[in-house]
Design a protein. Structure first.
Length: 232
């Protein structure tokens, strides 16, 4: 399990533990890592703003403050199903696994009547999603993008030329139903678009990106838009 995935899973386990909390020893056994690694992960969560609490001594442990749990959500059945459908139809999108987990959290806190109606409506929607890229490749690209670290990829172009190169991830973009990684290529010393489906291998390095930004990519494809929308 990649560290970024472990951090998300660790946060979810702490949330489920409620007021009881959970010990570092148990967390280490659950994720098959050392207690020292778990404590580093807990520090990382704390530094990122996750509201953790700790209780020392026998019977102590770690937990997630009430402010870090999702409160009851007011959604209509159609709104809940819209989230389910969007995630199911975009299984190859960046962070799709995390999106699916987030939707499950939202659905889990719906009132029983809304949840039952949403599940009934969801059975009336079918999705024929395209095959997903390698989970290992996607995890590496997602981690490199989130942590802004150089990723080493093995890439086969549309002309069947295969190269191994280090790239600095700048953004993900979907055009004509295909996802691309747009990155600064250290081999070509230029910004390049890489079809994710053509990336055969990917591994995150320890090298931080040098700061290339979205403004260097140029004009987006026609009708392209960022998924970010300001709230409030």
């Amino acid at each position: 399990m990649k560290r970024i995935e472990r951090l998300h899973a660790l946060s979810e386990m702490l949330r489920r533990s409620g007021a009881r909390g959970v010990s570092a020893d148990r967390l280490a056994r659950e994720f098959e890592v050392s207690v020292r690694t778990i404590k580093r992960d807990l520090d990382a969560l704390d530094n990122s703003g996750v509201p953790l609490w700790s209780r020392p001594g026998p019977g102590g442990g770690y937990g997630l403050a009430a402010s870090g749990s999702l409160p009851p959500v007011s959604l209509s059945p159609a709104q809940a199903v819209a989230l389910m459908a969007a995630v199911s139809a975009a299984a190859d999108a960046p962070y799709a696994d995390q999106a699916a987990a987030a939707v499950q959290k939202i659905v889990a806190v719906l009132d029983p009547t809304t949840k039952a109606r949403a599940n009934g409506l969801a059975r009336r929607i079918w999705v024929n999603a395209p095959p997903c890229s390698s989970r290992t490749v996607k995890s590496a690209l997602e981690e490199a993008m989130a942590e802004q670290r150089v990723v080493r990829i093995r890439y086969t172009s549309s002309q069947a030329a295969t190269t191994t190169r280090d790239v600095e991830p700048v953004l993900f973009a979907a055009t004509n139903g295909q996802w691309h990684l747009i990155a600064w290529c250290r081999l070509r010393n230029a910004m390049r678009w890489f079809a994710v489906s053509r990336i055969e291998q990917a591994s995150v390095t320890r090298t931080a990106c040098s700061g290339h930004g979205v403004d260097e990519v140029g004009e987006p494809p026609r009708n392209a838009r960022p998924v970010h929308r300001r709230v409030g």
